[in-house]
Design a binder for this molecule. Structure first.
Ligand code: AKG
Length: 303
């Protein structure tokens, strides 16, 4: 499950309207696996320690929320979309899910969606969401990930306790996940759970998940409660939470009759370096990228 497709750059020559004019256009790779091989990750020297937010004059979050992020590793809940807006987003997602399932995918397989779907790119770059992220990461921010975690009723899938940074070929750990509730998410339909303060422990030991765990991902941190208090990330549709890439989190299987869909949007400070070609995913959503490390792809045309 490597990133070989990503590492192989492909280029196409497209003719333009003017006779005899050939434009050299780069074809952006879009087929990234959410979980690189462990052997590939092990080859990368990563700095996996918590970098607290240094923002002292947040413009959208409060000073207390920034302090809470530094102390607890998360901020929640934050109102973003109105009922009308999130209903439109849900209708869009329902259609995308239908198309995905018809093409052989499932409710967890829509990832790196901002490179394929213009509507998801719009969510990644939404100014209200980015404003919150900037208050944690500072002015220069790249949005590089988008993955729907859609728990269908009784689908039996859990997300074992894990740290996002453990999966990612990024260094240093200055990344934040925004979890946007597409559906209402509560204890009954298996909302995400955090272990408050667990981001202060650095990179924690994990084991590969066993098949009996029906884990959506593939790492499990044992005895998570030893690192802090579990917190239910209950959100109304249209709200977000934001969590550090080192915070332990996960979710149980959805035993209810209600769907629970969330869209994870991943951001990092632009000084974070991406390996395995992941810099190709990064859209500059605020400020600038002085080193030009991130590819900053444009909005995809397809819905
Ligand atoms: O949606 C969930 O239950 C888990 C999401 C998650 O693991 C993540 O944001 O990395």
């Amino acid at each position: 499950m490597g990133e070989s497709k990503v590492d192989r750059m492909t280029f196409a020559f497209n003719s333009r309207c003017e006779p005899g004019f050939m434009e050299r256009r780069r074809v952006m790779p879009t087929d990234f696996k959410p979980m690189p091989e462990q052997t590939d990750l092990d080859r990368i020297e990563r700095d996996l320690q918590f970098y607290p937010s240094t923002v002292t004059d947040p413009q959208t979050l409060s000073v207390e929320q920034v302090e809470a992020f530094n102390r607890d590793g998360y901020v929640r809940p934050v109102d973003i979309f109105s009922a009308t807006e999130i209903t439109e987003i849900r209708t869009y997602f329902d259609d995308l899910l239908e198309r995905t399932i018809a093409a052989g995918g499932d409710s967890y397989s829509i990832s790196t969606a901002h490179l394929k779907h213009g509507r998801v790119y719009d969510l990644l770059t939404d100014s209200r969401i980015v404003a919150c992220v900037k208050d944690l990461l500072g002015e220069n921010v790249v949005g590089w990930g988008s993955h729907f975690f859609c728990k269908m009723p009784h689908d039996g899938k859990a997300v074992a306790w894990h740290q996002d940074a453990s999966y990612w070929p990024l260094t240093p750990t200055k990344a934040v996940t925004v979890w946007l509730a597409i559906d209402d998410a509560d204890v009954e339909n298996a909302c995400m759970r955090f272990i408050a303060g667990s981001h202060h422990y650095g990179h924690l030991t994990f084991r590969p998940s066993g098949s009996h765990e029906s884990n959506v991902l593939n790492q499990t941190v044992e005895n998570a409660e030893q690192y802090g208090e579990p917190v239910d990330d209950e959100l109304c549709a249209g709200q977000i939470s934001l969590h550090s890439d080192l915070l332990l989190h996960g979710s149980d299987a959805n035993e209810s009759d209600r769907r629970r869909c969330g869209l994870t949007l991943r951001y990092a400070s632009v000084d974070v370096r991406a390996h395995l070609g992941w810099n190709e995913k990064g859209v500059i959503v605020s400020g600038s990228d002085p080193d030009g490390h991130w590819a900053n792809p444009s909005r995809p045309l397809s819905p």
